[in-house]
Design a protein around this ligand. Sequence first.
Ligand code: SF4
Length: 459
Amino acid sequence: MQDPEVPLYPHYRYVCIVNTTSTSCFIHTFGCQMNQADTEIVTSILQDAGYARTSREESASIILLNSCAVRENAVDRIGNFLQQLKGRKRRQKGLVIGVIGCVPQFEREAFFSAYPFVDFVAGPDTYRALPSMIGSAFGGQRIASLEYDHREIYSGIEPVREGRISTFLPVMRGCNNHCAFCVVPVTRGRERSVPLRSVVDEVSKLATSGFREVTLLGQNVNSYRDSSGSADFAALLDAVSLAAPQLRIRFTTSHPKDISEDLVRVIAERPNLCNHIHLPVQSGSTRMLELMKRGHTRDEYLRRIGMILRHIPDAAITTDLIAGFCTETEADHRDTLSLMKEVRFDASFMFYYSVRPGTWADRNLEDDVPEAVKKARLQEIIELQNVISQERYRGEVGNVVEVLAETESKRSSLQLMGRTGTNRAVVFDRGRFNPGDLVSVKITDATSATLSGTPVDAE
Ligand code: SF4
């Protein structure tokens, strides 16, 4: 039921209330790359309205939490963060606190009622209205903007990009898949794609402005379809790789049922398309995949992997895995372990199942796998993945790989950290190189997550 105290802010009414250069905003960003890209869009919208962005939270008069709802602990993190801000709000008269992104979109008015000191909440489709919402909040009004807009792609807004070397570029938003455990279709709405022409123009602009790498983003990026309906994701990758041959191009996240041979062929043919594909499988058991509504079987997944490796023998494939989904048996779990041994993923994001309220699984299935069993199975998956990653990474020792230097290493300013085309992290002696350089590095050592080496020209 709609809370009468909280008027629903009409979508798209973009009223610039008051903007003073002194009103600065600090944004905490939680969750996925799409949230990071959204923070860059939100920063642009606020700066255009005259709000300054500050990197010092203590000097901010507006604090935004760009939230993630993908798992229970992500939502708890926002709650804990807000409890800390509650005290600050009491001490700092006039401080405006806003929560944007997936948590308010998912929990809606219940979330807003639970945190009466939060001035406004805004869902991922309503960021154009943020300046007027902030203005109203300074006027003492509490606002919730949680409408969906299945056309919104934030066209015409130039993101204020964090980095100078590597950046994200959303090419589509939303997801139509409705996997049984997932909140994304609820938090991000239906799929919509950015026109191919706009993506190509943006990628060309990034290349000429000095970026070395771009990651094309989408919740289910390979169901991209240009508004003309003619161009799919393979056509988009083809176009951007030709438009900016000097730019390294990555993309995430793919869905196994939508990955086409055309797409893989384009990656194989273009040197600037990275040989890394993140292909979440979630489980190795066909029975589990059906229950998860993933839309493919174990064998179909393995056939896709075979197809990828036929075209790109040195492709690095990573995945997402869930342990302990509803009714999972020991045999289902064994299927996941055997699939991992068969595919030998370079790395995986591994979690145990946590119920997300309102999802199909929540409404129709019992969360019947005991937490201790979930944790034990997750531990087994993590241990196996570490062994496989270690073997794969160690296989690189002695090889020369091309690395895009991104930053100074956390360990020493005499070393740089970067990534290979296959998305492996490499730490190497700096020599004469700087962040942004493409460096040929001879690998001398490896752990299960990081390679280390020396620039070839230093030998
Ligand atoms: S494809 Fe991914 S984002 Fe979409 S519903 Fe499934 S798990 Fe969620």
